[in-house]
Design a protein around this ligand. Structure first.
Ligand SMILES: Nc1ncnc2c1ncn2[C@@H]1O[C@H](COP(=O)(O)OP(=O)(O)OP(=O)(O)O)[C@@H](O)[C@H]1O
Ligand SMILES: [Mg+2]
Length: 246
């Protein structure tokens, strides 16, 4: 579903992603963990082409995108990039809902819902899925953080993505509210959604992931099923990080 090969990204002379390679199978939930500044957000932003990588290749739902003819990645005039982005739903730490629109209107602004036969019924189905059907007509400011984040997930789903990317979706939330959001992600996993989650919630990473990727200094140090990564990490850097986190 997702294949990243030798992806590199530099800001000036700072190499933020250094030849990162990994793949994610359809239906997998993969967590990405690692210290602050190691490049997790940049990696997600590259997958969505919010950042243009300097080198490497991304293949997403069968669309490959890479450097053309030895040149730099191009964001514009690249139909493949556009198709790729349309397949990816992204949820950020801050919920990024439109404040002056109701929850339902936020979903209806997603263009692909509008093109359906009964956009409102479809939007309500998604709100029901994240447990917010009763809040459809409320404004984001009147919702809890966890409810806003679930609305943001429903809005991303309204674009009918094949892959969902999350950048610390619960880091602004109290533990209880964060549990609601993680529950929605578990339910999507049960539905077969492919998900990549940058998270500092080690308990979630351990309990819900099919695989965990540990990054440090722009590289993937280790990736393994959660039981193995959390109980017997192979690399001393992983061990050191987990000691500080757990
Ligand atoms: N637009 C940018 N311009 C210059 N440097 C940047 C830019 N975006 C990120 N960086 C740098 O790239 C490095 C990786 O940042 P990134 O946000 O990917 O880290 P992160 O792993 O997500 O950290 P955190 O856990 O704190 O969110 C950092 O050193 C950051 O300062
Ligand atoms: Mg980050």
């Amino acid at each position: 579903m997702v294949a990243v090969r030798s992806l590199s990204k530099r800001f000036g002379d700072h190499t933020v992603l250094d030849a990162v390679s990994f793949s994610v199978a359809a239906g997998e939930l993969v967590s990405v963990i690692g210290p602050s500044g190691c490049g997790k957000s940049t990696l997600l932003r590259c997958l969505n082409l919010l950042e243009v990588p300097d080198d490497g290749a991304i293949e997403l739902v069968g669309h490959a995108i890479d450097r053309r003819g030895g040149g730099r990645w191009r964001r514009r005039d690249n139909a493949a990039a556009h198709r790729l982005r349309a397949q990816v739903g992204m949820v950020f730490q801050g919920f990024n809902l439109f404040a002056h629109r109701t929850v339902l209107e936020n979903l209806l602004l997603a263009p692909r819902v509008v093109r359906r036969q009964r956009p409102e019924a479809e939007a309500m189905r998604l709100l029901d899925k994240v447990g917010l059907a009763s809040m459809a007509h409320r404004y984001p400011a009147t919702l809890s953080g966890g409810q806003q984040q679930r609305a943001a997930i429903a809005r991303a789903l309204a674009m009918t993505p094949r892959v969902m990317l999350y950048d610390e979706p619960t880091s602004a939330l109290d533990p209880e509210l964060s549990e609601e959001v993680l529950g929605v992600m578990r339910a999507l996993d049960a539905d077969g959604m492919t998900q990549i989650v940058v998270t500092h919630e080690m308990r979630f990473a351990r309990a819900a992931s099919d695989r965990v990727i540990f990054m440090e200094s722009g590289r993937i140090i280790e990736e393994a099923p959660p039981e193995r990564l959390f109980t017997s990490p192979a690399d001393p850097r992983t061990r050191r990080f987990l000691r500080t986190e757990l």
